[in-house]
Design a binder for this molecule. Structure first.
Ligand code: PGA
Length: 234
């Protein structure tokens, strides 16, 4: 399973643009990519609340909530205009496809928007399942989106691996009891070395090697020890 924002795709340019469009009314300064990245990880609504704090905009509750909804609607219209797939990701996903590894996206982004991004980036066919925020499902670090992604992809928890970038991914991997690869180029608010579970990779080759090592572990026994004959899900 792969997290989306900050792991597969550098999405903050489009998120920052949508925020700036909606907050133009309040004459706040433009949002840099670094500022936007520092507010990522816990979904679009949380991003928006953090942005109001960061920009010291103290709006009445109704107005703030209306602005939050306008921000999400504005972002949903064009979520992949300026975003970029990180180096090495296409090749990695293609290799996983060739090896018949089940793959899923597990993101805190609204699921429909995540799908649009994957379609626009020509990544959607690389995945057996896409699980995002929606309905009553809690978000990462709760383990349930991870479990849902494995189920929808047709895999098994004991053969699953999560690749992510933030403390939400770190917490979800621990809670779901799956191994974790953390990429250090994403949107973690903490120094990545402070996330002590999982292994950290800092370039596309190390990411590729870490994932393939996991896929190649034929006799891997996950925490549930009933792994035999179940397909991997990455
Ligand atoms: O929308 C977010 O803030 C984070 O989304 P992610 O789970 O794909 O990193």
């Amino acid at each position: 399973m792969f997290d989306l924002d900050g792991t597969l795709v550098h999405t903050v340019p489009d998120i920052a643009a949508a925020l700036d469009e909606v907050l133009a009314l309040y004459s706040v300064g433009p949002t840099s990519e670094d500022e936007a990245a520092s507010m990522m990880g816990d979904g679009l609504s949380e991003f928006f609340w953090r942005a109001l704090t960061s920009k010291r905009l103290n709006l009445p509750a109704d107005e703030a909530d209306a602005a939050r909804r306008r921000f999400i609607a504005c972002y949903a219209k064009a979520p992949a205009r300026r975003s970029r797939v990180y180096p090495g990701i296409y090749a990695l996903l293609q290799e996983l496809r060739q090896r018949n590894v089940r793959t899923a996206v597990c993101t805190n982004k609204i699921e429909e928007i995540a799908r649009t991004i994957l379609q626009d980036m020509r990544l959607v066919n690389c995945f057996d399942a896409v699980v995002g925020a929606g309905g009553d499902r809690p978000m990462k670090p709760d383990p349930r989106p991870v479990q849902e992604a494995v189920t929808r992809a047709g895999g098994h928890m004991a053969r699953a691996l999560l690749v992510g970038d933030t403390s939400a991914d770190h917490g979800a991997a621990i809670a779901a009891r799956v191994p974790l690869v953390l990429v250090d180029y994403g949107y973690s608010h903490l120094p990545i070395s402070a996330l002590t579970y999982g292994i950290i990779v800092d370039n596309p080759k190390s990411l590729h090697d870490a994932v393939m090592r996991f896929v190649g572990m034929e006799d891997y026994r996950g925490p549930d020890a009933e792994a035999e004959h179940h397909p991997s899900v990455v």
